[in-house]
Design a protein around this ligand. Structure first.
Ligand code: CA
Length: 231
């Protein structure tokens, strides 16, 4: 946990870079400085970088173009630095994927505060994601069986056809007769109560995944498949 986070500065004015390097090092970061877009791009491709401070006017290109290139392979936080105090730059910068925008001259302390905020909000993301509702478990058809999280249910041919039919009509109720037809059940096996036996078997196979309540009974009519109120 004590590993220092690398902050890359791509800036061709040494005085500005030195100020930033100083405050970042004092605050426990590992600042790295390059003066050209080319060197910056090479560094980003080779190293783990927590945040990039990117000057717009560079000797070998402009920061906006470099930002677009970086966005093709990385979503690290990027703060633009520019000497030009124009609203158009700010809009362009944010539109092409920058996280923040600072106009020169700036206070290194304020810049540090912004850097910390951007790094913190980025590293917070996984924790926030954990608070989101768990995605609905999916039944995936695979080679005449269904899978949950890559685990096969082990359905028989008839069970597969019944479940497949129920899922295919989403929450519509199907009669036992409709399910027998869907499952190509032989006429002699076609006692309607046989369907109940197959439904019971399917529910048992869904039970380990806590999904058995997705097969609902509509009394007097038949069965339907429902995601409502289920995990
Ligand atoms: Ca510059």
């Amino acid at each position: 946990m004590n590993e220092k986070l690398t902050v890359l500065i791509i800036e061709d004015e040494p005085a500005i870079a030195e100020n930033l390097i100083h405050v970042l090092a004092m605050d426990g970061y590992c600042p790295q400085w390059v003066a050209t877009a080319g060197e910056g791009l090479a560094f980003l491709k080779e190293n783990a970088v927590a945040l990039l401070v990117l000057d717009v006017g560079l000797p070998d290109g402009n920061g906006f173009e470099l930002c677009k290139t970086i966005r093709e392979f990385s979503d690290l936080p990027i703060i633009f630095l520019t000497a030009r105090n124009e609203e158009i730059d700010r809009v362009v910068g944010l539109e092409i994927g920058a996280d923040d925008y600072v106009t020169k001259p700036f206070s290194p302390r304020e810049m540090l505060a912004r850097i910390k905020l951007r790094i913190k909000s980025r590293t917070m993301t996984p924790a926030l994601a954990a608070l989101q509702p768990i995605p609905t478990k999916q039944l995936i058809a695979d080679n005449f069986d269904y899978c949950v999280n890559d685990q096969k249910l082990g359905l028989t041919a008839v069970e597969f056809k019944i479940l497949n039919k129920l899922i295919s009509v989403s929450s519509n109720v199907l009669s036992r007769e409709q399910l027998m037809i869907a499952a190509d059940m032989a006429p002699e096996a076609a006692y309607e109560r046989n369907v109940d036996t197959h439904i019971k078997a399917i529910r048992n196979k869904l039970k380990p995944f806590a999904m058995h309540q997705r097969i609902r009974t509509k009394r007097g009519f038949g069965y339907f498949y429902s995601l409502k109120g289920q995990s």
